[in-house]
Design a binder for this molecule. Structure first.
Ligand code: FES
Ligand code: FES
Length: 160
């Protein structure tokens, strides 16, 4: 029986990779099933919660909305796992821990990627900018104040 697999190639966490996907498979499913990268989570599955946030070509996207078959050779995906050696990301993660911003942890990979993108583009965000940046990331544990404090702390630390 023909299973209509589509061959794709793209850059993932610094390496060119290949995979075979079904037409309807999302990038979130691709990462979790084909590459066993499980930091990005499926919350709503329809672009509303941000739990599945990853970087695609330096922009945070909801990976549950992007079809894997649309990835091109020169597309570059970075998931949280790909930021292990990154100083800014390590700073953010450390600040989340110190501020007690991690409760169940489900939203945290997405929160940290969104925060990373914010701090890359705005090294000194005020409260409004932080709230705005994180507005697409939902925390079901409602830990927003601590999450916002963690982002502020990570920003302040960059200037020490
Ligand atoms: S799982 Fe993708 S936005 Fe909620
Ligand atoms: S820490 Fe539980 S969903 Fe945010």
């Amino acid at each position: 029986m023909q299973n209509n697999l589509i061959k794709i190639s793209f850059k993932l966490n610094g390496k060119q990779v290949e995979s075979e996907v079904l037409a309807g498979m999302t990038v979130l499913e691709l990462l979790r099933r084909n590459f066993r990268l499980t930091a990005a989570k499926e919350g709503c599955g329809k672009g509303e919660c941000g739990a599945c946030t990853i970087m695609l070509n330096d922009q945070p996207i909801n990976s549950c909305l992007k079809l894997a078959a649309t990835l091109k050779n020169d597309d570059e995906i970075i998931s949280v796992e790909g930021f292990n050696e990154d100083k800014l990301m390590n700073n953010i993660q450390q600040a989340f821990v110190e501020e007690g911003a991690v409760q169940c942890g489900f939203c945290i990979p997405g929160m940290t990627i969104t925060s990373y993108h914010l701090l890359q583009n705005n090294p000194n965000p005020d409260e409004h900018a932080i709230k705005q940046a994180l507005s697409g990331n939902i925390c079901r544990c409602t830990g927003y104040r601590k999450i916002e404090a963690a982002v502020k702390k990570a920003a302040d630390r960059r200037h020490e």
